[in-house]
Design a protein. Structure first.
Length: 315
């Protein structure tokens, strides 16, 4: 396997040759195997960094899932933060199943989406190790523009030695979501929930709720709680219904969760406040008392739902 430490003393031309000649899967495997500090020390130098990033981007097609690449259309710009506070820019065009590097890139370059992050996060994402959706939620990756395109790019990379995608940014682990939400600001969460990522994160949290039921507490319980989530940039209200019947939880969304159906209570709140509620970062009683959560119907049953479903926060 490629020894990345050999790049430390290499000049740019030698580094380019080494990275270009190494088999793509061997290069990806070496990136994945390297500790964070080694990656930064090896690739972070002012002479090697632009060469390494350029080669990695030029070779994406060699370790990408062709079917996923074919589904993408648009220009993606990567703004990589340098140690000196500056930004290094690279761009790729996705069209007709092909990936074409754009060599002339500037601050005003017309891109459908701009991803801003560190070199380390960039490498971890393009080597299929990090979930771009989770990084966006955590604030370590900034997305400006078409978040759907950005997340699509985050899901094209293969696991070395297989034909399988290494990551699907649209599939979020609620425990990891609960963990990162403990450190993000309200302003950042508001921005994320006003982007194209909103239906992804809400859909995943609601879809996975049945996985986190305390069956002992849910045994014998019969309740139906509706949720009206505000803050969708379209002006529409996101609707969900959660039903608990004898220890089993069912979730419906969209038209299946329209008002008018019998339910014990309906909770209305902002989408970002629901995320905090579902992941244990918003106390439901305090939320009701402060008006953050507006409950129509049986408040006791609405509060009971929070005690039945518990998404743990990883330590």
């Amino acid at each position: 396997m490629l020894d990345l430490t050999s790049l430390r003393d290499a000049d740019p031309a030698s580094a380019r040759a080494l990275l270009q000649e190494c088999p793509a899967e061997e290069l990806v495997a070496a990136l994945r195997a390297a500790p964070d500090d080694q990656l930064v020390a090896t690739l972070g130098g002012d002479e090697i960094r632009p060469v390494a990033v350029e080669v990695i981007l030029h070779r994406l097609h060699e370790y990408a899932v062709a079917e996923r690449v074919a589904a993408l259309d648009g220009v993606v710009r990567f703004d990589l933060e340098r140690r000196d506070g500056g930004v290094e820019r690279h761009a790729l065009r996705f069209a007709d199943g092909e990936i074409t590097p754009e060599t002339e890139v500037c601050a005003g370059y017309p891109a459908d989406v701009v991803l801003t992050t560190s070199l380390l996060r960039f490498v971890r994402i393009v080597s299929g190790e990090r979930n771009a959706g989770l990084e966006y939620l955590a604030g370590s990756l900034d997305i400006t523009g078409d978040a759907g395109l950005a997340l699509g790019v985050g899901g094209i990379f293969r696991v070395p030695g297989t034909g399988e995608a290494a990551m699907d940014p649209a599939q979020l682990d609620p425990v990891e979501v609960a963990t990162v939400l403990g450190s993000v600001s309200r302003e950042h969460l508001e921005r994320v929930m006003a982007s194209d990522f909103r239906p992804v994160v809400l859909g995943e949290i609601f879809r996975r709720l049945p996985d986190f039921v305390d069956r002992r507490k849910a045994q014998g319980v019969d309740l139906t709680i509706g949720f009206r989530l505000l803050g969708n940039p379209s002006g529409e209200v996101d609707r969900y219904v959660v039903r608990v019947r004898d220890g089993v939880v069912h979730v419906e969304s969209g038209h299946a969760a329209q008002d008018g159906e019998a339910r014990d209570a309906t909770v209305t709140c902002q989408g970002y406040d629901y995320l905090k509620l579902a992941t244990g970062h918003l106390n439901p009683v305090l939320g009701v008392l402060t008006g953050t959560l507006k409950v129509k119907g049986d408040k006791a049953k609405a509060l009971r739902l929070s005690s039945i479903i518990d998404i743990p926060r990883a330590r």
